[in-house]
Design a binder for this molecule. Structure first.
Ligand SMILES: [Fe+2]
Ligand SMILES: [Fe+2]
Length: 172
């Protein structure tokens, strides 16, 4: 059974993951508006991943006999200065989410809730990947500031990203 405090914190994280999904959907719409369909595709996969994170937390709260309580999702930004600006914001956002996950682990440790500590390890590892993949695109865009032709090559590369739904037996 989850403590009330842990339950509330996990519900807050469900909201944070849904906001992430909403933010990336807004970024997808931005890329579509400037005809960068590969970058829009990258965001589409990212949006789906974040939704999967929310569902993973949702299922865990239920499994532990907690109560999922959904809250309003904040309005995401809708305009960015450039593709680099978008990926700077993605990287910043993922760093913020990492901090939220670390705070959740700290709380679970304080509560001596070993099951939640164990469950959250998946998110700890996922955040390493999330920060790295956003940073990789950000770094490439930075290198291209003086050679804008590279943007079209990079956009083609980002078009290759595919969202793979997790296998059911992994519970991810
Ligand atoms: Fe996430
Ligand atoms: Fe993320």
């Amino acid at each position: 059974m989850l403590s009330k405090k842990m339950e509330q914190a996990l519900n807050d994280q469900i909201n944070a993951e849904l906001y992430s999904s909403y933010l990336y959907l807004s970024m997808q719409a931005y890329f579509e508006s400037v005809n960068l369909s590969g970058s829009a595709n990258w965001m589409k996969a990212q949006t789906q991943e974040e939704l999967m994170h929310a569902v993973k937390l949702y299922d865990f709260v239920n499994e532990r006999n907690g109560r999922v309580l959904l809250n309003a999702i904040d309005k995401p930004p809708t305009e960015w200065k450039s593709p680099l600006d978008v990926f700077e914001q993605v990287f910043k956002h993922e760093q913020k989410v990492t901090e939220l996950i670390n705070n959740l682990v700290n709380l679970a440790n304080d509560e001596k809730d070993h099951a939640t500590v164990s469950f959250l390890q998946w998110f700890v590892n996922e955040q390493v990947e999330e920060e790295a993949s956003a940073d990789a695109v950000r770094q490439q865009l930075k290198l291209m500031e003086s050679a804008p032709g590279g943007l079209f090559m990079l956009d083609k590369e980002l078009a290759q990203r595919v969202f793979t739904p997790p296998a059911a037996n992994q519970g991810a």
